[in-house]
Design a protein around this ligand. Structure first.
Ligand code: GCU
Length: 336
């Protein structure tokens, strides 16, 4: 009788231990599946564009490295608004992360214009030396002036003019044209300096502005020109390479301050890792976009060094006007 009781008690004990273990595992799994933070990430480019692919990789890395505690929901195609609207919302933490063009940061942090100056870098390698060195680190920190935290740099290649009716083969050709520019005072001045009329249009509306004829042309890198279908309407693409505008992954400072030090470290590491990935995708996409556009009827106009110099000289006034106080940094960049 005693033995039987012993067996029954032992069996009950074993079952309760097993139930306890199962419920601990189950509740742990359950909490692991529920993120502590869910953040929004904004990009105005399309789903398959190199920057968006970089953003998605960033989100996946953060999710993995935080064991699912931080989930980042990437919204592309300007779903959360234009870049200007997104940056404004980030100031108050409405949007946590974004990939934005430096011209839009420069509208709020004027010193940022230094990095966007026309013909500042000799080529892509020169720009990357600058961005990856101490100057680049300093500029990431300058976003603090607008309550943002700069995380890493993305590539956006060189910007070039393109037109609908006639090719731009020299400075004289662009004079009198209505050219779409980003919401950027410096860009508008650069276009005016060429004798053209700058028309500010948000990125997502450029196609319809070209279609309606509100503008005779615009300017952008090869991947944007093709992914936004501008190549269907503006068949002349002039490789003047007037500027290289870097892009940045940023975090809202309001959100940043909610995170603990180890999560901040993970986020910075993932931002850098995704930036390397974006650059690799970028190089390939730039080449393919040009190939596709040419196969689809785009006429590429290459400029001689002499003609490029005329574009450069015409635009050079913006150095003093927008960045006169930062001439030391500019000199350092040029010699870097
Ligand atoms: C680039 C950049 C966009 C920007 C666009 C523009 O394509 O990646 O973020 O909005 O230029 O010309 O507005």
């Amino acid at each position: 009788m005693k033995k039987r009781w012993f067996i029954i008690s032992f069996a009950l004990f074993a079952v309760s231990v097993i139930l306890a273990v199962v419920s601990i595992i189950y509740s742990k799994r359950k909490t692991e599946n529920v993120p502590e933070f869910v953040f929004l990430y904004a990009d105005n480019q399309s789903e398959n564009y190199p920057t968006t692919l970089g953003d998605i990789q960033f989100a996946e890395l953060v999710y993995k490295k935080t064991g699912g505690r931080i989930k980042i929901d990437v919204k592309c195609g300007a779903e959360l608004g234009s870049e200007a609207e997104v940056i404004n919302q980030m100031k108050f933490g409405g949007i946590a992360f974004a990939r934005v063009s430096c011209t839009q940061l420069a509208e709020r942090i004027p010193e940022m214009n230094v990095l966007n100056l026309p013909y500042l870098y000799d080529d892509s390698e020169h720009m990357w030396r600058v961005l990856e060195g101490e100057i680049g680190e300093d500029f990431l920190d300058k976003t603090g002036d607008y309550d943002l935290v700069g995380l890493s740099w993305y590539d956006a290649g060189a910007r070039n003019f393109y037109s609908t009716e006639k090719p731009i083969t020299c400075v004289e050709d662009i004079a009198g044209m209505n050219i779409r520019v980003q919401e950027s005072a410096m860009m508008a001045d650069m276009v005016s300096a060429l004798g053209a009329n700058p028309v500010e249009v948000v990125f997502s509306d450029v196609y319809s502005a070209l279609e309606k004829g509100t503008v005779d042309g615009a300017e952008n890198n090869w991947p944007s020109y093709v992914s936004m279908n501008h190549n269907k309407l503006a068949k002349y693409y002039t490789e003047d390479e007037h500027m290289r505008v870097p892009e940045m992954q940023v975090c809202s400072e309001v959100i940043w301050n909610m995170l603990d030090e180890s999560d901040k470290k993970i986020i910075k590491e993932c931002a850098k890792e995704s930036a390397d990935y974006e650059r690799r995708v970028w190089n390939d996409r730039e080449r393919k976009s040009k190939e596709n556009a040419v196969n689809d009827g785009t006429e590429v106009i290459e400029l001689t060094q002499e003609e490029k110099k005329k574009f450069r000289d015409a635009m050079s006034g913006v150095y003093e006007k927008y960045c006169g106080e930062y001439m030391d940094t500019i000199k350092k960049i040029i010699e870097y």
